[in-house]
Design a protein around this ligand. Sequence first.
Ligand SMILES: NC(=O)c1ccc[n+]([C@@H]2O[C@H](COP(=O)([O-])OP(=O)(O)OC[C@H]3O[C@@H](n4cnc5c(N)ncnc54)[C@H](OP(=O)(O)O)[C@@H]3O)[C@@H](O)[C@H]2O)c1
Length: 254
Amino acid sequence: MSDPYLTTALVTGATSGIGAATVRALAASGRRVLAVARRAERLEKLADETGCTWFAGDVRDVDAIAAEIGRFEPDIVVNNAGVGHGITGLAGLDDAALREAVDINVLAPIRIAAAALPGMKARARGHVVNIGSIAGLHTLVSAVYGATKSAVHMFSQNLRFELVGAGIRVTEICPGRVASEFYQAAAGDETKLAAMGRSGITELTPDDVAAAILFAVDAPRHVNVAMIEILPTEQAVGGVVGKLVEAWKNGEGP
Ligand SMILES: NC(=O)c1ccc[n+]([C@@H]2O[C@H](COP(=O)([O-])OP(=O)(O)OC[C@H]3O[C@@H](n4cnc5c(N)ncnc54)[C@H](OP(=O)(O)O)[C@@H]3O)[C@@H](O)[C@H]2O)c1
């Protein structure tokens, strides 16, 4: 820890992928970590491995998360929990899934930040890290997912502006394709996942993204790493269509 003034961290979506990797990295850096997600048995295992404490809950249950924030007083909040509902297209997406996407990807990080800010302001230190996506910055494949992550982008931009002078930093991490359970969860079942195609590229690992998060939180206190866009070397956005989309359209996934 180069600047150990931010010593406690809450991470949502800690049972898998980027969240679990971030808990491991933050704990390895010597910080106290509160891991939050719904699957208790996975959290228990993560706690055995890393020494983190955990809370099994849904990020939509803001009262429960706010109570944990009150007890734990995190310096760092990593808003990572997210879902890819709608990634196979808006047509046919049921209303419940649409609402879940907005509630989990947009409302929850905003409400969790709102619950953490009074304590951070009182202590005059804090760091909100929001996991966005390249889908929130560029035109990709999903209207709904892109819209939710775009909301995360503008929330992060404006929150940083609101908090200038309060000693609280806001970082947005925008990954490209990451090898995690995300697409499996988004597709819903193996058949739909197979129909979407695999990327066929060497994807980012959750550890790659956790390293970017650690870079931001370990920065000296006068440095706010505002945004990190991090892509697999084999993925790029641009041209008429992204290369990944092109591959999907040609059915070139393995
Ligand atoms: N994978 C990618 O290619 C990619 C690219 C860019 C951005 N991202 C973003 O990165 C973040 C993490 O994704 P990932 O790739 O690590 O996916 P993942 O492996 O599917 O992990 C998602 C995590 O979110 C948690 N979660 C989902 N809904 C929740 C809820 N209602 N309450 C509490 N926790 C909930 C899940 O835990 P439980 O089910 O146990 O609750 C799980 O721990 C997401 O915000 C995603 O949008 C992913």
